[in-house]
Design a protein around this ligand. Structure first.
Ligand code: NAD
Length: 503
């Protein structure tokens, strides 16, 4: 899609400011499962009535494909269409119960590199029930990393692990997107949610990326909040927030909280943005409990389609559809999920609500804030390769499965030190992250999963992979039950690993 552009340089980000095109845009459309076909039909009826210049290409993904034996839920021809169009409008998908099926949403996001998930959460007071009248925030959630990599292992009978991977390029690009989004939409403040007081390496990296980008936007206020109090504030004082940027898991949770606090998850549409493709959808699921009844609210999908029109450069159509929807809401034309006795005018089914929106095309709301002109596509640069750093290996954490001698850490430590090499000494053991040796607390509960830290016997002794392998061989010969190892590195002399809690 060629957009006619005058571009605005902001930091290193390009924002398309004219946002208009007269060309028709090809869009892959997946009608989804459960209520999906009903809300998609309503959404497309509105887009058609608004003469949105779209060339729709239907694809089949989801339950039907899962049940045909394709565990990804997406056939090859659907991938082809998504790649050709670069844009997917998707209704919710039912993930069949039972093992073996992959999350289709996660597959699409990760395969196409849709790194940013944009979730505007607005209170439509007094027309929908909320305690937070002025709430109007946008959550920009990281979409590919964190624990959502789904790299999980059960390591002992008692302990399972999920790897949390946070990357510098992933964090940097997301934070760039969040600030560029804030600037393009005239928003004043970006707040980062992390837990870097505990997860100093992973969340610390995300925070560092945030602060680096924030410094490029002196005109936008920035702040960092710890996720626990931040989530509480989203639930109680959401008016305080403007744009929120967060790693995947926190962003997932706080955006649902924000959507519910604003009124309901049924009103939130979301954009998943990547460098070459984008996917637009409602944040709710396929609602099998009300499927086929013609009562589902199509608003989440419709507002996602509004974001899609903006992204495609059809800003006039986006504004027109959005305003018509706002008019229907303020005229009390409500589906059952947001209907309020005495406040709503009519309780409408899915298609009747769509007709109410169509009847208001060309009108502007009088009480609710009218829709703004869209801002088009925001493109962030691919993060540059990092500068070379001095990375040194300085030891190793060996994780053991050990379940003997009443799990007494001193017994395990004596056993390990008995046969360890001239190159290494045992310096610390932790259980579930808490230091239990040396000088552990007798109260600390120990599982069968132990982290045993080995460091050079002499400071400044050069460490090598070969010496580490030697250590592992000796541990193996000593009948230690090795689960895994994590090498300890320094970067520019700074430790790239956590201490044991209490160390
Ligand atoms: P859900 O969001 O489908 O439903 C939760 C509740 O909200 C239900 O009571 C439902 O009736 C109601 N609801 C949801 N959307 C509504 C709408 N538009 N109008 C009126 N009421 C609405 O969540 P769930 O029940 O946990 O999940 C159902 C299925 O959806 C599962 O298979 C799940 O895997 C899938 N799911 C898909 C997506 C997606 O495709 N993006 C997202 C979440 C869940």
């Amino acid at each position: 899609m060629a957009l006619t552009t005058t571009t605005l340089q902001s930091g290193m980000t390009q924002i398309d400011t004219t946002t208009k095109t007269t060309q028709r845009s090809a869009v892959a459309v997946a009608q989804g499962d459960g209520i999906g076909p009903e809300i998609m039909a309503a959404t497309l009826a509105i887009l058609e009535a608004a003469h949105a210049p779209l060339d729709l290409r239907p694809i089949t993904i989801g339950e039907q494909v899962f049940k045909s034996g394709n565990t990804s839920g997406i056939p090859a021809e659907a991938w082809d269409t998504i790649r050709e169009t670069g844009v997917l409008l998707k209704a919710p998908i039912t993930t069949p119960q039972g093992g073996g099926y992959k999350s289709l949403n996660v597959s699409i996001r990760k395969t196409l590199g849709l790194f940013a998930n944009i979730r505007p959460c607005v209170a439509y007071h007094p027309f929908t029930a909320t305690h937070h009248l002025g709430m109007d925030l946008v959550v920009v959630r990281e979409n590919e990393e964190d624990t959502y990599g789904g790299i999980e292992h059960q390591q002992t009978p008692e302990v399972a692990q999920c790897l949390k991977l946070i990357t510098w390029p992933g964090s940097l690009r997301l934070c760039q997107y969040a600030f560029a989004y804030a600037e393009a939409h005239g928003r004043k403040k970006v707040t980062c949610f992390v837990k870097d007081n505990i997860m100093k390496q992973t969340d610390g990296l995300f925070r560092k990326a945030f602060e680096e980008v924030a410094a490029q936007y002196p005109g936008i206020e920035s702040g960092v909040m710890i996720i626990d109090i931040a989530a509480a504030r989203i639930a109680t004082r959401p008016e305080q927030f403007d744009v929120v940027v967060a790693p995947n898991l926190y962003g997932d949770i706080v955006s649902d909280i924000a959507a519910e606090v604003a009124g309901t998850v049924g009103l939130v549409g979301t954009a998943n943005i990547g460098p070459n493709c984008a996917m637009f959808e409602a944040i709710h699921g396929s609602a099998p409990d009300i499927a086929g009844q013609g009562i589902a609210n199509p608003s989440g999908l419709l507002l996602a389609a509004v974001q899609m029109l903006q992204y495609l450069g059809h800003s006039d159509h986006a504004q027109q559809v959005h305003n018509a929807w706002l008019c229907a809401v303020e005229d009390g034309m409500h589906t059952g999920d947001i209907y309020q006795e005495g406040k709503s005018e009519q309780k409408l089914g899915t298609m009747a609500f769509a007709e109410a929106v169509i009847a208001r095309l060309g009108k502007t709301p009088t009480t609710l804030k009218p829709a703004q002109t869209g801002v088009g596509r925001i493109e962030t640069p691919t993060p540059a390769a990092p500068k070379p750093v001095d990375k040194q290996i300085v030891g190793v954490d060996v994780f053991l499965h050990w379940d003997q001698s009443d799990r007494d850490p001193d017994v395990l430590a004596n056993y390990l030190t008995a046969f360890v090499t001239p190159h290494f000494k045992l310096t610390m053991m932790s259980n579930r992250g808490t230091k239990v040796w040396p000088q552990g607390a007798p109260e600390t509960f120990c599982t069968d999963h132990w982290r045993c830290r080995f460091e050079p016997t002499e400071q400044n002794m050069p460490m090598t992979q070969a010496k580490l392998l030697d250590l592992l061989r000796l541990l193996h010969e000593g009948k230690a039950n090795i689960i895994k190892t994590e090498n300890l590195y320094t970067f520019e002399g700074k430790a790239g690993y956590s201490l044991g809690q209490g160390e």
